[in-house]
Design a protein around this ligand. Sequence first.
Ligand code: NAP
Length: 262
Amino acid sequence: MNLSHKKVLITGGSAGIGKALIHELILHGVKEFAVVGRRQDKLEKLKVDFPQAEFILIAADVSQLEDVERIIKTVSTRWDHIDLLINNAGVISTGALQDLSDADIVNQININLTGLILLTKKSLPLLLKSKEAGLMNISSGLGYIAKPFYSVYAVTKAGVRHFSEAMRRELIFENIHVMTVYPTATDTDMMITAKMENMDSAELVAQKSIEGLLQKKIDVILGGEQRLKDVETNLNHPLEFDKNVKEKYKAYKTQTEHHRAM
Ligand SMILES: NC(=O)c1ccc[n+]([C@@H]2O[C@H](COP(=O)([O-])OP(=O)(O)OC[C@H]3O[C@@H](n4cnc5c(N)ncnc54)[C@H](OP(=O)(O)O)[C@@H]3O)[C@@H](O)[C@H]2O)c1
């Protein structure tokens, strides 16, 4: 896939991994972006940080149907097609299930999963007009391996994994490459309230994601060899993985006690 002259619609492009993806795409020659985020001030900063690119900035919440419709309306008045949709916007609220607020449960599902599905649905007519399109969904390592105290977040990310797989097959005769990215803990605003060390950088996630897009990979799994082994163990020997969870249970609990970025 040649990226120059591509038109990219990205959600959550005003911070973290999304912003790093914009930077990486600019390095590959992309100039035109439509960027979605809830806060206008964070979106406006993109124009200052990346003066070489053209931005359509859309302050919108992907979990709101009318906002999703407005996103597509705004984009379609300016562009006749979309080449790459990156569903990256996401939130997290962790802890024991009975301690999670009902609102955090509903909103995680609506932002991380329902919004992503609706935006994909409504972007498809424009993606199908591209000569060579891509759909990149940002899941998480937790989309492969569910860990204690991440129940709701993990289910949204497993949903993203399955949605990608279904769409890849549904679009098998179309010119749309469908791929999923599974970052491990990454040093962004989302992780400020998590107690974690040795995180990946957002730049690394962005580099691997775009490399994967160019190589037409269907899955980009961050976290190195150990993560790949863990995914395999969890799939084929889930009780083996449970033993490991038992040993680290307290650490998981402490790590997730105050982790919230909504
Ligand atoms: N950081 C990690 O360790 C990690 C690991 C695995 C997967 N991920 C996934 O990677 C993606 C990016 O995460 P990140 O770490 O870069 O997060 P981040 O730094 O918190 O950035 C999140 C971005 O999404 C936007 N956003 C959040 N809710 C939104 C909504 N309802 N509608 C529209 N935009 C919304 C935010 O802008 P506003 O707040 O202005 O809306 C911001 O631009 C997420 O899907 C996350 O689940 C992250």
